[in-house]
Write a protein that binds this ligand. Structure first.
Ligand code: HEM
Length: 540
């Protein structure tokens, strides 16, 4: 009688739940935890008002953290799974105490990320890059992270054909006259039939970094293999150390040390330029203009070094893996190699003929127009960007203020009330594997984007033609200003090498496909974990 009344009392009185739990056995406790978690998981998504408006909310188990663990474990799997599950152009999820909207449709993404919603910015991520990887303070990060004045300068010098021509000429000279001969010197002595062996990551990735550094800063000291090794070491882990230097430094000491080696080297270059009258003229025009911006003239040497080094990092992080994989696929397909070689040799012969007729002795190997005509290399690069550079990537926007965005979903336009602090995600990886857009998206087809009988292939999503089906360079106002330069760099390396040399895998045997540094989880932009060997021989 007494015992029953105590149990009833406990059941009815919520303040006695603690006593009840203490007295419960392990099985009851586990069952209780499972039931509570499942109940929370159900409620967490179905009670959201977004459901009523046709925007599914992904269920989650953890308060505050929301879907973060599943998202971080494998972003690609997470986004693909829920997109398929809901068959939707947009879904929402709780993420670190805020709401995150995942825009899954390429058309909707292009609209939302275009810059037309001024409250949605890239600032949050850019700030994370500066404070995380470059250890600047918040104020500097905010100033430099998104700096429209600098963006305009990069756009002018790296996108506009007239200005880009100077950089393209300097890059060709740097590669043909200094970097390529240095690479050949490092190759093994030629075998009896003339082949020399060379490491792929050093040859292709190293050339991209060294020529870019040399051209931007006018300093041949950047043509250095030890510096390149340090850059590779740092940028391979770059995305992992964005979180917080305070937290990450003890875990990634060697990576930070590798970054400091390049940083200290560049600081010396910049200090010497500062001291020498007119020293700034050693830089490419784009870097001269960047150095002269008001914000930078007021900075101390340390901060200025960070801000001038940033474009070299931005360039290296993506161009090195892209170049590496482009050459991998060039060597992997005889058809690709023959078509591209013919493209290069034809354009080169036409350039020489034009120069002969106009008695032009400028020594220009290829003009920007010549590179623009290399449509088969273009296709190879686009396919590499689709499959490797965006292997597992997410584009992010942060809401600086409340705003209403309009997203097409299942034939209707749905307004979404985005709150200050919310996040918006789009995954180029997901879009690049959409079988409605790309036939057999899992396959690497080097000529997927090549014109056939002068006509470019078209790509449709929900009946609408997409002018840019591959989106590796971002969207809208902050879209990468180095995209044209990056594509041209790869064409320069291929043209100068294939013009006079044959190149193949070592012993003409295709090695196993190299693994990526972050193949399993986390962001992955195709940065390779391992290299492969190539053989090169001067054509007779
Ligand atoms: C395959 C090569 C490359 C890829 C895939 C790439 C991709 C990107 C992406 C995705 C962004 C962020 C855009 C956004 O989210 O809105 C970015 C920004 C940037 N990239 Fe690139 N990039 C490449 C090469 C280069 C090169 C060669 C340079 C310059 C030499 C460069 C300079 C920059 C700069 C300066 C920014 C920051 C823009 C700003 O906010 O003002 N990139 N890039």
């Amino acid at each position: 009688m007494n015992a029953t009344s105590t149990t009833d009392e406990k059941l009815l009185n919520p303040f006695l739940v603690y006593d009840y739990i203490c007295e419960a056995n392990a099985t009851t406790l586990v069952a209780f935890l499972i039931i509570t978690t499942l109940f929370y998981q159900r409620v967490s998504c179905t009670l959201s008002p977004l459901h009523g408006r046709g925007i599914p909310v992904v269920p989650h188990y953890l308060p505050f953290f929301g879907v973060l663990p599943n998202f971080m474990l494998n972003t690609r799997v997470f986004i693909t799974y829920w997109q398929k599950y809901y068959d939707t152009e947009v879904f929402a999820c709780y993420f670190l105490g805020r709401m995150a909207y995942v825009i899954t449709c390429p058309i909707a993404s292009a609209q939302v990320f275009s810059g037309k919603y001024k409250s949605l910015t890239w600032e949050y991520i850019a700030k994370m890059i500066f404070t995380g990887a470059f250890e600047t303070d918040d104020k500097m990060a905010k100033l430099l992270g998104v700096h429209p004045v600098s963006h305009k300068i990069y756009d002018k010098y790296l996108m506009n054909k007239t200005y880009l021509s100077d950089i393209v000429k300097a890059f060709q000279d740097s590669f043909a006259e200094i970097v390529f001969p240095t690479m050949l010197e490092r190759a093994t002595a030629p075998s009896e039939d003339g082949w020399s062996t060379i490491d792929a990551i050093e040859f292709f990735g190293g050339s991209s970094f060294m020529c870019t550094g040399h051209v931007l800063f006018g300093d041949t000291g950047l043509i250095d293999f030890e510096l390149f090794r340090n850059v590779m070491f740092f940028i391979t882990y770059f995305q992992k150390i964005l979180a917080s230097p305070w937290f990450m430094r003890p875990l990634y000491r060697k990576q930070y040390a590798a970054r400091d080696i390049l940083f200290n080297y560049m600081k010396e270059v910049i200090r010497k330029v500062d001291e020498k009258e007119g020293g700034i003229e050693q830089y490419a025009e784009v870097m001269q203009e960047i150095s002269k911006t008001e914000v930078r003239t007021k900075m101390n040497l340390h901060d200025r070094t960070v801000s001038l080094l940033a474009p070299l990092y931005a360039a290296s992080i993506n161009t090195i893996p892209t170049t590496y994989w482009c050459f991998w696929h060039l060597l992997n397909s005889k058809e690709c190699m023959e078509t591209i070689k013919e493209e290069i040799l034809t354009i080169r012969a036409e350039r020489l003929e034009k120069q002969r007729l106009s008695k032009d002795d400028s020594g220009v190997r290829y003009t920007v127009e010549d590179f623009d005509r290399m449509v088969n290399i273009d296709s190879l690069i686009q396919e590499t960007l689709r499959k490797h550079t965006t292997y597992r990537t997410v584009t992010t926007r942060f809401a600086e203020a409340d705003c209403v965005i309009k997203v097409p979903n299942k034939g209707k336009i749905i307004p979404i009330n985005v709150k200050r602090g919310d996040l918006l995600f789009n995954s180029p990886t997901l879009n690049h594997h959409d079988s409605e857009l790309f036939e057999h998206p899992e396959k690497f087809k080097w000529n997927r984007f090549s014109p056939v009988n002068g006509k470019y292939p078209t790509f449709y999503k929900r009946g609408k033609e997409l002018s840019k089906p591959v989106r590796a360079f971002g969207y809208g106002l902050t879209m990468c200003p180095g995209r044209r330069f990056a594509m041209t760099q790869i064409k320069i390396l291929m043209s100068i090498i294939l013009e006079d040399y044959d190149i193949r895998y070592k012993n003409d045997i295709t090695p196993p496909t190299p693994k990526m540094a972050h193949e399993e989880r986390g962001p992955c932009n195709g940065m390779p974990r391992e290299s492969y060997k190539v053989e090169i021989r001067k054509r007779l």
